[in-house]
Write a protein that binds this ligand. Structure first.
Ligand code: ADP
Ligand code: ZN
Length: 611
């Protein structure tokens, strides 16, 4: 066994010492220390923290302080290897138990638990539910049971797992072992389900804010999606990111298109061969600056901390999905950007999905209202972060000054008259035509369809020639969101009036709308990278990254397991040239210093001479 492993029984380190010496961090974040102390004192805990908040340390440090082995239950078998590798890089004794291992591997792991030499054991729920495994573990010294992704126990949530329901038996099988349930899902309902279904003992609840202050939000209406995307990506050269699309076809075509433009983009969707999917995922994790173009099949449990951007080329299903999907950016706490392009075609397509599904009417209405909430959020005039957090029950946030609407408040205009024109045109068209044709009529286009139906004779033909097609689309979208206009998916997406349309038509109401958000906001200078690397530093930056990549390949781990971007960035700022100086850098602990320290010091010294 690797003798660089820390032997906690001789070290008797405090949580603070462990944080500094093993992880190389100087301070606990948020509730971390309180959670660590609660677990050490033997209390059951419920831990709610957003992605990237730092949940792992909450159970890993008690595991190192207390005698015995901490069991970590996680549904993400594919990630166990990674989690264990990351711990081993820190010199921590960890292992996992799942169906991918041979019998002898499994018995060797169980033997280590019995001997008390393992600090952490990762295990899948179905495995710990096996009586034979459980009996074995009952005869070992167990310090803590951490239940990760604990919302999987909620039948109302999106990731429900049958196996999680049986985890309540841990209470009677390990009566003296404290349990810690952890999740990044914030809904009050899943919270209650976790406490009830796991039968936690009078748990201490640690609920962090779900704000992700390092994430910047931007939403634009679609004009030319490709151009809009490229413009966004120019601010993210050499950075890793995820681009979400609704369909497999669009995933493929977008990835191809980006590759043709010299970017490294890989497709990921459920229709791909399992082998290709695994390969692409591995490249995303291991190489620098890979863009994953994916359907929502990608992402659950992706632990990559240095994802610098998440872009949506289509609308997500709901505000909550949007929060989860964008939450995969910036787990390392460094600045990250999100970008969504949405268009009316998405609204129509998602509405059709809902209407054509076999679900009952209650479900459909619920889905519909979630979609409306999302659309309303897209076209909002105020801060984007406030309503996002209010959706999760946090009502008390100030405007964030770190989203597109805060930084550039959208202009509004009195759209009453324009709205009246659009609604009366819909009325004149007998509520039987879709938006594209309606706009053609408003703008006096001479199309085949106009000819065919003789629509140039309508009194509304040409009354909207003063506005562009995109402006009309934006007006229509906002009217739909506000319930003045309806798209009937069962009748070729024809536009229809609603009961509230009348008061607008009669002039009883006036309407303020945001000016079209779609017009390109040209920036004269290319933006600095989100990670803030300037040109002078970029030689050292490249050298540090190259060094990291080499070490990562040597140790067969992803680069971020050697050091995070933030750690390299600090090296760039402080130019540490001795081991002692390097230890002061956040993210450098004793084990990593021993493994990687000299290589980085060499790179930095070389650079210092060259300057
Ligand atoms: P979660 O599981 O909540 O998504 P992680 O446990 O993966 O989050 O932590 C996210 C990142 O933050 C990790 O890279 C971790 O090393 C880092 N981190 C956690 N706690 C601290 C801390 N106290 N100081 C600095 N970095 C931290
Ligand atoms: Zn804001």
């Amino acid at each position: 066994m690797n003798n660089s492993h820390h032997d906690k029984k001789t070290l008797h380190q405090s949580p603070q010492n462990i944080l500094e010496n093993i992880y190389g961090y100087s301070e606990f974040r948020g509730n971390q220390l309180a959670i660590v102390e609660a677990a050490i004192s033997g209390r059951d805990c419920l831990v709610l923290m957003p992605t990237g908040g730092g949940k792992s340390i909450c159970y890993q440090i008690p595991a190192l302080v207390k005698p015995g082995t901490t069991i970590v239950i996680s549904p993400l078998i594919a990630l166990m290897q990674d989690q264990v590798s990351a711990l081993q890089q820190l010199g921590i004794n960890a292992s996992f138990l799942n169906s991918t291992q041979s019998n002898s591997e499994q018995s060797s792991v169980l033997e280590q638990v019995k001997m008390g030499t393992l600090d952490l054991l990762y295990i899948a729920p179905e495995r710990i539910n096996q009586p034979i495994t459980r009996q074995w573990l009952q005869n070992c010294e167990i310090s803590l049971i951490a239940i990760d992704e604990a919302h999987c126990v909620s039948q109302w949530g999106h990731d429900f797992r049958q196996d999680y329901l049986l985890l309540n038996q841990l209470k009677s099988d390990f009566p003296n072992v404290p349990r810690m349930a952890l999740t990044a899902t914030a809904t009050p309902r899943s919270q209650q389900d976790i406490v009830d279904n796991l039968e936690l003992n009078d748990p201490l609840k640690f609920i962090s804010s779900f704000d992700r202050p390092n994430i910047h939000y931007t939403v634009v209406a679609k004009t030319d999606a490709k151009k809009q995307l490229l413009r966004f990506l120019t601010g993210h050269r050499d950075e890793a990111g995820i681009i979400y699309c609704l369909s497999r076809k669009k995933v493929e075509s977008t990835a191809r298109w980006l590759n043709d433009r010299g970017l490294t983009a890989l497709p990921y969707h459920a229709g791909l061969d399992a082998k290709v999917r695994a390969e692409n995922q591995l490249r995303f994790l291991r190489e620098d600056a890979v863009i994953m173009v994916a359907t929502i099949a990608f992402g659950m449990g992706i632990d990559k901390p240095d994802v610098r951007f998440v872009a949506h080329l289509n609308l997500p299903k709901s505000l909550e999905s949007y929060y989860q999907e964008t939450g995969r950016a910036g787990r390392d706490g460094q600045p990250a950007e999100t970008f969504m392009i949405y268009g009316l075609d998405d609204v129509v397509q998602l509405s059709q999905f809902i209407d054509n599904s076999n679900a009952n009417i209650e479900y459909k209405l619920n889905e519909r209202s979630k979609l409306d909430a999302l659309l309303g959020w897209c076209e909002i005039i105020e801060c984007r972060r406030q309503p996002l957090l209010a959706y999760f029950g946090e009502e008390n946030h100030e405007p964030c000054n770190h989203c597109d609407t805060c930084q550039k408040p959208p202009k509004t205009w009195d759209a009453t008259q324009a709205a009246q024109k659009l609604l009366s045109c819909v009325y004149r068209l007998g509520q039987r035509f879709g938006l594209a044709h309606t706009i053609d009529v408003l703008r006096a286009k001479q199309t085949e369809k106009v000819d065919q139906f003789n629509h140039q004779k309508l009194s509304t033909y040409g009354i909207g020639a003063d506005l562009s097609q995109n402006q009309w689309r934006s007006i229509a979208r906002q009217l739909i969101v506000r319930g003045f206009l309806l798209v009937d998916a069962s009748r070729y997406n024809s536009l229809q009036l609603t009961s509230t349309s009348r008061s607008l038509l009669k002039g009883d109401l006036s309407l303020q709308l945001r000016e079209d958000v779609s017009e390109p906001r040209l920036k004269k200078e290319p933006r600095k990278h989100t990670n803030g690397v300037s040109a002078q530093d970029s030689a050292l930056w490249d050298a540090l990254r190259e060094c990291r990549k080499q070490l990562a390949d040597e140790h067969d781990v992803p680069p971020y397991m050697v050091f995070h971007d933030a750690t390299l960035m600090e090296m760039m700022e402080l130019h540490p040239q001795s081991e002692a100086e390097l230890l002061n850098i956040s993210g450098v602990g004793e084990s990593k210093l021993a493994k990687f320290g000299s290589a980085f010091i060499a790179v930095i010294s070389e650079h210092a001479e060259a300057v």
